[in-house]
Design a protein around this ligand. Structure first.
Ligand code: TMP
Ligand code: ASP
Length: 236
């Protein structure tokens, strides 16, 4: 697989073309950001840690029958992925209240949510990823009803797999964000799953082990990402 020119550079990853029009190389950089790109830093080893973490989780999801864009690791900080046409809607599941849900509704952090909730956000940093509902997605042509139905059901399927995976390793999967795209007309999980896009708490102590360590200046960000990975069985 030949790496060709860079197609797109996001806040933490870059996408490169390859000699196969249906395959891209996704490079995980050491850059990190929060609050829609307002707070930025470079964290040594982050690209490698998130690349290997994402590969491990995507393999688990693939084994469980979730269609994923991830194909294989090709270096410490690069993976080969399918070329998806991305749907600009982010899907968030919450098992426990934290973050914007607490701010928006005045709910106490740590409240267990029954059932787990499902929310949609528009992927748009300038607008600070505003919350939307299905009618907005339909009215503005961001997704069809069939795509929204599939995104919701795949997002909950991911929850069944990952909640158990984290629980068995002594951690609580509090919430997470997924992005989907289309490949040959099928809705496929894209982007990444890493501690950058979810909240993970130690099941016993409640200690934060995810990007809130960066957002809230709690320190040792990558050390915690690596600890989460090691508990799950990722080899770095
Ligand atoms: P929130 O509490 O800020 O709404 O975020 C919920 C979860 O989704 C949290 O784990 C962070 C993740 N998330 C992102 O990583 N990027 C985003 O743009 C959004 C909206 C959420
Ligand atoms: N939206 C993500 C966050 O707040 C990423 C970012 O804003 O840079 O963590």
């Amino acid at each position: 697989m030949q790496k060709r020119e860079e197609l797109y550079s996001g806040k933490a990853k870059s996408i490169f073309k390859t000699d196969d029009p249906d395959r891209f190389i996704m490079e995980f950089r050491d850059d990190t950001s929060a609050f829609d790109g307002v707070k930025k830093a470079q964290l040594s080893r982050k690209g490698m840690v998130n690349n290997k973490f994402n590969a491990f989780v995507m393999e688990k999801l693939k084994d469980a029958g979730v269609p994923v864009h991830f194909e294989k690791l090709i270096s410490d900080n690069e993976s080969l992925v399918k070329n998806l046409k991305m749907i600009p809607v982010e899907c968030v599941v919450r098992n426990v209240a934290a973050g914007s849900l607490c701010k928006r509704l005045g709910i106490k952090e740590g409240t267990v949510l029954t059932p787990s909730t499902f929310e949609l956000f528009l992927k748009n940093d300038e607008l600070h990823d505003p919350m939307i509902n299905e009618y907005h997605a339909l009215a503005f042509g961001w997704a069809t009803q069939d795509q929204l139905d599939q995104m919701r059901s795949l997002t909950f399927q991911v929850n069944d797999v990952l909640k158990t995976l984290f629980a068995n390793a002594g951690m609580t999967l509090v919430d997470y964000k997924l992005e989907f795209g289309l490949f040959e007309g099928q809705v496929v999980l894209g982007d990444e799953f890493s501690p950058d896009g979810c909240r993970i708490w130690d099941a016993k102590t409640g200690e934060k082990m995810d990007k809130d360590r960066f957002r809230q200046d709690l320190g040792n960000v990558i050390e915690y990402y690596e600890e989460v990975g090691k508990r799950l069985g990722v080899t770095f």
